[in-house]
Write a protein that binds this ligand. Structure first.
Ligand SMILES: Cc1ncc(COP(=O)(O)O)c(C=O)c1O
Length: 328
């Protein structure tokens, strides 16, 4: 049989179309999980990163031989590092020092240069990973910064791809969509698309309790992926029904629990999302269909979550109280 190369997908063409699987949790609604950790670099961030890089190429903002600079708590950087390795770009990533060592090792394995910065309470702190990325962008000729925290393109990747995928895979039956909220690109892009199909669908984001958004006094936190510390055009508040804050302790302990009891070795945001989904499920009926985003795998957090029994965070030690659920 004659074959051509283009009959087969490349790594970048394999991003997305992750499985949507039924979870057998003892609750009334149907619970479906989107296994985003099966993306090529291991997280949902492959989607936003590829969309932003290819848009920059189309607009001439990123040229052959150029450099990609980004501030990230890990996964956006890992996605960019993979894409950079495939497309031949230099990649420089700044991360806060709460980032799991496995993620930093993965960034370096893909050939990225990594700058580890102090874990600051706010994004505008000059010591932090954001300010460092801005400085590197300024100092590096031919550099492009996707700027996931501020660019609406982040959310458009989810609007054009993740949202339609979820609608199709759930046969239009989805009633609730629950995902971690960091940049808010996922909840905003998926939320906008799903609400256009059926305005009754509820969109729920899970935030770090100590983030700028959920706390009157933002503090450091240990969860990764979650944490709304910037409110920008990437966050379309009009399509989000609830933002639910979660503590480091609840997120870490539920992440450990679902690995042992349900065979779900997911990252901290996946554990947090499942914890919130189980609470929501108590008020729902048999006809509801809840979709949870399992953004990345627990393998990235073996040392931080699974080889220790505490949240191991300055915030956890300070004995903070969880904020109330906030409705936007
Ligand atoms: C593990 C994980 N969960 C959740 C999120 C949140 O996604 P978003 O930035 O689209 O809000 C991220 C983002 O980096 C992540 O890495």
């Amino acid at each position: 049989m004659e074959t051509t190369k283009t009959q087969f997908k490349t790594i970048l063409e394999s991003i997305g179309n992750t499985p949507l699987v039924r979870l057998e949790f003892p609750v009334k609604p149907t619970m479906l999980a989107k296994l985003e950790y099966l993306n090529p670099s291991g997280s949902l961030k492959d989607r936003a990163a590829l969309y932003m890089v290819e848009e920059a190429e189309r607009l001439g903002k990123l040229k052959p031989g150029g450099t990609i600079v980004e501030a990230t708590s890990g996964n956006q950087g890992i996605a960019l590092a993979m894409i950079g390795a495939i497309k031949g770009y230099r990649v420089i990533i700044t991360v806060p020092d709460r980032t799991a060592p496995e993620k930093i090792a993965v960034l370096r394995a893909y050939g990225a240069e990594v700058h580890v910065c102090p874990n600051t309470a706010t994004h505008d702190d000059v010591r932090g990973y954001h300010a460092r990325a801005e400085q590197l962008l300024h100092d590096t000729p031919g550099a492009f910064m996707p700027n996931q925290y501020y660019s609406p393109s982040n959310m458009m990747g989810h609007y054009y791809h993740t949202g339609p995928e979820i609608w199709k895979q759930s046969h239009g039956l989805v009633t609730h969509f629950i995902a971690g909220a960091g940049t808010c690109g996922t909840i905003s892009g998926v939320g906008r698309y799903l609400k256009e199909q059926n305005p009754a669908i509820k969109i729920i984001g899970v935030d770090a309790v100590n983030s700028l958004y959920s706390s009157k006094e933002p503090k450091e936190y240990a969860v990764e992926g979650l944490g709304i510390d910037v409110i920008s055009d990437t966050f379309d508040q009009s399509v989000v029904d609830h933002i639910v804050p979660i503590s480091d302790e609840d997120a870490f302990s539920y992440t450990r629990k679902v690995a042992k009891e349900n065979g779900l070795l997911v990252g901290i945001s996946g554990g947090a999302v499942l914890h919130v989904a189980m609470k929501f499920a108590q008020q729902l009926s048999e006809s509801d269909v809840v979709i949870v985003m399992l953004a990345d795998s627990g393998r990235a957090y073996l040392s931080k979550v699974f080889m220790t029994q505490q949240a191991e965070t300055p915030a956890a030690k300070s004995g903070f109280k969880p904020a109330q659920e906030r409705i936007v």
